[in-house]
Design a protein around this ligand. Structure first.
Ligand code: ADE
Ligand code: ZN
Length: 340
């Protein structure tokens, strides 16, 4: 049997570790939900909206992403959003996902924390039962907002501690360093949350050092700019601190000019624990398989390298060691039967 790289990628079991649920809001669903909530969208048609998806940097994307989230009002909306993502990735052989949600995007518009989390949680539980996709939920603080607002959000999350595995940090990076949230993250850790943070997407390597040294992070989201600092690469490699890379996101937000310039292979060669993820797939033109295929083609990657990335997605996950070992064994069996 000769398995093409497309089929190899499509069939390999994998986990996603960097996914904003608000970034999975497909235009068709956005129009449907806007209509039932009597909310206006700035564009008249799905096609017009899609045309606006052309970004020169992170901020241009974030402005459109927050505007899109404005039509989400009810628990059902958050359920439908999450369920649509789970059905899509299930069809791509995703078996585990660790998703971010941004409560402040919604609570700042008067939607209650309870409405948001209950809709997402119910869909995640249904995904586990009906589709066999396991999950962890990560609550992200918006770094362009104040420390005080992050503290308030952490308070709102306390009754749902059992549903939330960790806290993260996202939104406009430059000018909002991890140090701004050191005290919030300390309190979150004391309450039992794991911590992760976006760092080194547009911001400097220094922000990655801060995330490691001040926020106690389990992994770095993006981390592209670590390649600017050999001491940091050494630290990440020696400690096997994972990076959750997002190739199509990097291309669409002009972090790189071409997928051929993506650092994923160089990072693997330097011993970094890197993973491939979709970030905001409805906006960046692809879910997991499209991200894997994009780099595989641009960088002429082998099935061995794709297999390493899929194994890394479990190694870097928040699953237990027993669960990780089981998935890694499945991937190895898949590789052995599809390597030719
Ligand atoms: N929120 C959603 N996607 C993001 C990204 N790529 N960087 C920072 N914040 C985000
Ligand atoms: Zn992200």
């Amino acid at each position: 049997m000769n398995t093409s790289i497309e089929d190899f990628i499509a069939g390999i079991p994998k986990a996603e570790l960097h996914l904003h649920i608000e970034g999975t809001f497909e235009p068709e669903l956005m129009f449907k939900i806007a209509k039932r909530n009597n909310k206006q969208i700035k564009y008249n048609t799905v096609e017009e909206l899609k045309k606006a998806y052309s970004f020169n940097n992170l901020q241009e994307f974030l402005d459109i992403y927050y505007a899109g989230a404005n039509v989400l009002i009810t628990e059902e909306d958050f359920y439908d959003l999450t369920w649509a993502y789970l059905k899509k990735v299930h069809s791509q052989n995703l078996v585990h996902t660790e998703i971010f949600f941004d409560p402040q995007t919604h609570t700042d518009r008067g939607i209650s924390f309870d409405t948001v989390i209950k809709g997402i949680y119910r869909a995640l539980e249904d995904g586990k039962q009906k589709l066999g996709v396991s999950y962890k939920l990560i609550m992200s603080f918006l770094r362009h907002l104040s420390e005080e607002s992050a503290f308030e959000t952490l308070e709102q999350a306390m009754p749902y501690k059992d549903w939330i595995a960790g806290v993260g940090l996202d939104s406009s990076e430059v000018g909002n360093p991890p140090s701004k949230f050191e005290r919030v993250f300390k309190k979150a850790q004391e309450a039992g949350f794991l911590t992760v943070a976006h760092a080194g997407e547009e911001g400097p390597a220094e922000y990655i050092w801060e995330a490691i040294n001040l926020l106690g992070i389990t992994r770095i989201d993006h981390g592209n700019r670590s390649m600017d600092d050999p001491e940091l690469v050494k630290k990440l490699a020696e400690n096997q601190i994972p990076l959750t890379l997002c190739p199509l996101s990097n291309l669409e937000l002009c972090v790189i000019n071409d997928l051929k310039d993506h650092p994923v292979v160089k990072m693997m060669e330097q011993g970094l624990l890197v993973t491939v993820n979709s970030d905001d797939p409805a906006y960046f033109g692809g879910y997991m398989n499209e991200n894997y295929l994009g780099i595989a083609k641009a960088l002429n990657m082998s099935k061995e390298q794709i297999t390493e990335l899929a194994k890394n997605s479990f190694k870097a996950s928040l699953l237990t060691e027993v669960e990780k070992d089981k998935r890694i064994a499945e991937i190895e069996a898949y590789f052995q039967s599809h390597k030719n």
